[in-house]
Design a protein around this ligand. Structure first.
Ligand SMILES: *[C@@H]1O[C@H](CO)[C@@H](O)[C@H](O)[C@H]1NC(C)=O
Ligand SMILES: *[C@@H]1O[C@H](CO)[C@@H](O)[C@H](O)[C@H]1NC(C)=O
Ligand SMILES: *[C@@H]1O[C@H](CO)[C@@H](O)[C@H](O)[C@H]1NC(C)=O
Ligand SMILES: *[C@@H]1O[C@H](CO)[C@@H](O)[C@H](O)[C@H]1NC(C)=O
Ligand SMILES: *[C@@H]1O[C@H](CO)[C@@H](O)[C@H](O)[C@H]1NC(C)=O
Ligand SMILES: *[C@@H]1O[C@H](CO)[C@@H](O)[C@H](O)[C@H]1NC(C)=O
Length: 673
């Protein structure tokens, strides 16, 4: 008895003394409590934090939506956020009373950007994303039939989700006495004591970083869908998968160490409390080494400068750089572990994988003919960017060749209608979207939307230097763009040389003149189609609202220019209308390092208005250009055009994991036999 007590006292003493970051990294899975103790053990550093917040605020001049998002003109797409004021409050706290820990400081900045609900614009310190937090179950909101208005949250054990790398999780949960398999398929009645649907809709609406949710999309439906388990091909290698969803997996501390769910099980109503588990993906095994290896900046500016010099001078290099993409849900190492190089072949028994005749596959593109509706083909654009190491040029060629050969072969096989699935497409290379648009409509003068850069005095001077040097290393080089007649710009006064003053939400602001990207003279360089292979009414989108960046540019273009219809699945249980592309509609994203590179290029890096390299390791991206819509121009930017579905459906118990079943259903609904 005495020795037992002694042992307890001893181990409590050891636990108090132990470094929480050593505990957190000692085994693959640990409790979220231990993981979070490590995050909280990094002390607030005032000098470092002042330079972070100051540069973050100075970088706002590159953020093209800052004033647009002060006040939304469209009640369906709310944005009423003063991100500058929020950051200035952080600046004030930083330089006066300070923050309790480094984690609290980082989260304050991430929170400010996260409120913009613009998945392009995010600040995430590596220090706060160094664990992946996981539950052993996911939720999908399912109905009895696709036509039901009401659907119910359902408890899904996620250990066996294909290509999600859940290795070791079940053993860990079993070891702490948590057995969820008997609960699989139960209806979720309540979460943390709140009606389950209400709880989930609130979680999606608030999308709070303090609940571990980052990277919000513009409307609530895609935010809700991102919480859910759903089919997708968004793993590192483009394999079909069931996403765990953000209810069951977070890149930030989830705000609590457990979730309590009330379930309607086969044996009656049960309430269970399930803890979060965490796995470390940072570096370092003590607080000191965690700080030096994960939190602090790793890349020195000399190597950044060397990287700059490698840039070449033509439009194709610019097309390989311009991106409109939203970060994936799980961190890179988690995604890579889910599909290690050896496993990049679809394993047998993947319940998501379509069992259809393939008419083409290339990295992120799949083309099929349906079995029950053989006059209907499917083009699944899973992403517009490879994440498996394929280089940009190979990717562009592969996408255009596969689209040409696939659609040509489908037509030869008697296919007359096409389903375009863009469910979960986060975007990617802007040029890849243009190749897709030009393949379908090769005679269109320009495949995409006009755009503008935001312009301050510093940015105008960057464009002056770019024009004078003529080297084409800067995105602010006028000769990379075309006018509305699709003629290359001749000088900087057609572009940025005098900014176009505007008043946005009452605030004086300035932008470049509107321009088009240069994708070459005409479509013949990117497709062998010379006439459209199908007409606008022959297409229908299958969507789950999650379609961001280049995906939304592509989809908006097909909708606005060619009247393409849509079948949208899922979303909040009671919503009657969704956008088919409710993600993020900005026309380009930049990252902070690129902003710094451009300033160095122009020799303006010491300018008092220039942000300085961050002393910490962080991912900091911003919406860089605004797209100008073809319809509803009165709202100014593409973000504020609400693009409603043609028909809305719920996922059912036997369809949610099967794109093939969804496609056959939509073929019947839209095209009959
Ligand atoms: C940070 O910005 C504040 C407000 O503009 C300024 O007073 C302060 O000197 C700046 N500090 C540093 C280290 O740049
Ligand atoms: C921490 O990592 C260092 C360097 O890799 C290693 O020498 C040391 O043994 C590790 N400590 C623990 C407690 O794992
Ligand atoms: C795939 O489809 C073929 C043809 O309909 C069928 O014979 C086969 O059993 C299916 N395979 C699976 C794994 O469902
Ligand atoms: C710029 O180019 C346009 C188109 O060729 C021309 O009309 C205009 O005069 C030029 N402006 C300057 C300042 O050279
Ligand atoms: C289309 O562009 C190619 C170069 O990519 C050029 O050779 C051809 O003449 C152009 N065709 C038309 C009709 O402008
Ligand atoms: C067009 O066809 C030619 C010859 O068949 C082929 O070499 C080329 O790769 C094709 N180009 C595209 C963009 O499909």
């Amino acid at each position: 008895m005495v020795s037992h007590l002694l042992l307890l006292a001893l181990s409590a003493g050891i636990a108090r003394a132990a470094d929480p970051c050593t505990l957190a990294t000692a085994s693959t899975w640990v409790s979220s409590e231990i993981a979070h103790a490590c995050e909280l053990n990094v002390p607030f550093d005032k000098a470092r934090s002042v330079s972070v917040i100051n540069s973050t605020i100075q970088a706002l001049q590159y953020y093209s939506l800052e004033n647009w998002f002060l006040n939304s003109p469209d009640p369906l797409i709310p944005h009423n956020v003063n991100v500058r004021a929020l950051l200035e409050n952080v600046q004030k706290t930083t330089s006066t009373v300070g923050y309790k820990t480094d984690w609290d400081f980082n989260m304050a900045i991430t929170d400010a950007f996260n409120r913009e609900a613009d998945g392009h614009t995010l600040y995430a310190a590596a220090c706060t994303e160094s664990f992946s937090f996981n539950l052993p179950f996911s939720i999908a909101t399912l109905a009895e039939t696709p036509f039901d208005l009401i659907a119910y949250p359902t408890f899904l054990v996620n250990y066996d989700f294909p290509n999600q790398g859940r290795a070791g999780m079940e053993d860990y949960f079993e070891s702490i006495g948590v057995q969820v398999r008997p609960l699989d398929g139960s209806r979720v009645l309540a979460i943390n004591g709140v009606d389950a649907s209400t709880y989930l809709v609130n979680l999606a609406t608030e999308s709070s970083i303090f609940n571990g949710l980052v990277g919000a999309y513009e409307t609530v439906n895609p935010r809700y869908m991102r919480l859910m388990a759903r089919y997708s091909a968004d793993t590192d290698a483009g394999l079909y998968t069931l996403e765990v969803g953000r209810f069951g997996q977070r890149a930030f501390y989830p705000g609590a160490n457990s979730v309590t769910v009330t379930l309607e099980t086969k044996e009656g109503i049960k309430t269970v409390t399930i803890p979060w588990a965490a796995t470390f993906i940072g570096s370092g095994n003590s607080t000191a080494s965690f700080i030096s290896e994960t939190c602090l900046a790793g890349v020195d500016s000399a190597s950044r400068k060397r990287e700059l010099k490698k840039r070449s001078v033509d439009a194709s290099s610019m097309n390989q750089r311009r991106k409109a993409v939203v970060a994936p849900e799980a961190q890179g190492p988690i995604r890579q572990a889910a599909t290690p190089p050896g496993a990049r072949v679809a394993p047998p028994g993947n319940i998501v994988q379509p069992n259809l005749t393939s008419f083409g596959h290339f990295v992120t593109l799949d083309i099929y003919q349906l079995e029950q509706h053989p006059k209907v083909g499917v083009v699944y654009f899973e992403q517009f960017e490879p994440s498996d190491g394929t280089d940009a040029e190979t990717y562009f060629n592969g996408i255009s060749n596969t689209l040409f050969s696939g659609l040509t072969a489908l037509k030869a096989a008697g296919v007359e209608k096409i389903i375009v699935d863009n469910s979960g497409n986060r975007g990617g290379f802007i040029f890849a979207g243009a190749i897709a648009m030009w393949s379908l409509w090769p005679q269109d003068l320009y495949p995409g939307f006009p755009a503008v850069f935001r312009e301050t005095d510093l940015i105008r001077r960057e464009s002056d230097v770019a024009a004078q040097s003529g080297l084409g290393e800067s995105e602010y080089s006028y000769f990379f763009y075309r006018d509305f007649n699709y003629v290359l710009l001749q000088n900087n006064s057609q572009f940025m040389a005098t900014p176009v003053p505007q008043v946005v939400n009452g605030v004086p602001d300035a932008y470049s003149k509107q321009f088009l990207d240069d994708f070459g003279d005409n479509s013949s360089a990117v497709t062998n189609f010379t006439t459209p292979p199908f007409a606008g009414e022959d297409y229908v989108f299958v969507a789950n609202s999650i379609c961001a960046s280049t995906c939304s540019i592509f989809s908006s273009y097909l909708f606005q220019k060619h009247g393409v219809r849509s079948a949208v699945f899922g979303g909040t249980p009671a919503s009657l209308v969704s956008q088919f592309d409710g993600g993020v509609k900005g026309s380009e994203v930049t990252d902070f390092d690129e902003v710094i590179f451009e300033l160095q290029l122009a020799g303006l890096d010491s300018d008092p208005a220039a942000p300085q390299p961050l002393p910490v390791s962080a991912s900091f991206t911003m919406n860089f250009r605004n797209a100008i819509p073809y319809i509803d121009k009165q709202d100014g930017i593409l973000e504020y055009v609400f693009e409603p579905d043609t028909k809305k459906y719920q996922f059912t118990h036997d369809q949610y994991f099967s794109p093939q079943k969804i496609w056959e259903f939509v073929a019947e609904e839209f095209f009959g036999n």
